[in-house]
Design a protein around this ligand. Sequence first.
Ligand code: SF4
Length: 449
Amino acid sequence: MTVTLALDQRDTGGLRRGACPSIATPMQTGDGLLVRLRPAAPALTADDLLALAGLARTHGNGLIEITARGNLQLRGLTEASVPHLAAGLAAAGIVLQTGVAIEVPPFAGVDPSEITDAAPLAKALRQAISKTAFTLAPKLAVVVDGGGMFCLADMIADLRLDAVPAERGVAWRLSVGGDRQSARPVALLPKDGVLDGAMTVIAALAAIGPAARGRDLDVALLAKVLGAAPMQVASSHPSTHPLGVHRIGSETVLGLAPAYGQMQADRLAALVAGLSACGAAEFRLAPHRTLLVRGLSDETLAAARACADRNGFWNTENAPGRTISICAGAAGCASASFDTRIAADALVAEAGVLLDGSIDMHVSGCPKGCAHPIPAAVTLCGTAAGVGLILDGRASDAPSAIIAADDLKPAIHRLGSILRARRAEGETARNLLDRTPPAALLSAYQGQS
Ligand code: SF4
C-alpha cells in the first residue's frame, strides 16, 4: 500500500546527517576512513572477534569502537585497505547486515522473560523492504522489541514495533520517531497485521522523500490508513543496562564495555583469549557500547572480571564514565584539537557529581560530534579557539564559553567543585544542573568565579 503523507513542519535541521558509514560507503574522518559493521549473526564467536581485531590492526589503525546502538566501528582505514577488510571479513565468515538498520534486543530468542522473540518479525521486515525499490533515508532506524531484560525501550528509532501481551498471544504497538516513551503512538496491531502495518509506514516514508525520518510522518493520517485509533498509552517495561553481571534464566551473563566505547585491537584480542580460558562461548554486541558474554560460570566469573579490568573493559553497572561519550580525539583523529580521553578521565576524577546516570555528557574533538549526534546535558567540544562548553546542546552548537585546551583540567576541577558545593543530599545531576544558573557554570569553567 502506498500513501502520501504530509510533512510535519517542525525544526529538524540539526538531526539531519549524512550517509551511514558502511563498508560500501566508508566515512572520511580525521583519522582516515571509518566503517561501521553490523554483523548479521546475533552472536559472535571468539574466533570472529579475534579475526576482527586482526583486520582492524592490519587494515585500519587498530582502534575499534562499539557504538551506542551496539554496532562495531573500525577506524583509520584507507581507500586501498577497505576492499582488503571486506575480503578479510568474508574469509572469516563474518556476514554483515546491509540495508535499513533493524535492531532487536541482544538476547532476542534467548531471554525467557521476553514477551516474544523479535528476530522473526525483524527478518520478515528486512526481506519485505529489500523487495521494494524504495529509497529510504540512509540513517533510517527501526526497532523491533520483543521485551525482556535487555529490551530496547530507550533506543531511539524512526519506526518502533514493541510487543505487548494480548488476549490471544502478542500484539505490536507501532509508533514513530523516538524511544518507547517519546515515540508518537500510531496503532496497536495484531500479530498477523504487523508486517503490513510496518510496511505501510515504510512506504509512507519513501513517499515523503529519500531523507524522510519518523518525525516527518503524519501520525493521525497513518492511524487512519491503518484503520486504528492512535494509542495513547505506552508500554513501560524498562530495560536493564547491559553492564555488569546478570542472570538470564539459569545462566550467568557478564556485560562488558570498553572504556568510553573504544578499544585497541590488541586489548580486544587479549580479552577474548582470557575470557575463552574462563569458558566464554559467545559474545553479543549490545546497546550502550557493550558486549554481553555467555558461557561463564559462577566459578570463573571473578577471573573473567579480572581479565576485563586488565584489558581496560568496564564490568560493573555503575562504572564511572559510562555516561560520557567520547570520540577518537587527538590520539586518533587529525580533526581533534585536544585529547578527549584525558578530558573524560578528568571528568571522572573531578566531576563525579555529574556521573549518576541522569544526564549524558559528550567530549568531542571537533564540532562534527561523531560520538554523540544528539544533544547532551554537558558537551566539551574542540574548536579552533580552544575547548568550548555547551550546555544542553550538540557539539555543532555554538559554545557558551571557550578556554585554552591546556586549561581544561583545572576548568573541569572548578566545575566539579562548584557543583559539589551546591548539590543537596541525594540530588540528581539533572536536577542540580537545572537549578544552577548557567552563568555560574560558565564563570567556573572560565576561572572567573
Ligand atoms: S568528532 Fe572527533 S572523531 Fe569525529 S571528526 Fe571530530 S575529532 Fe574526529
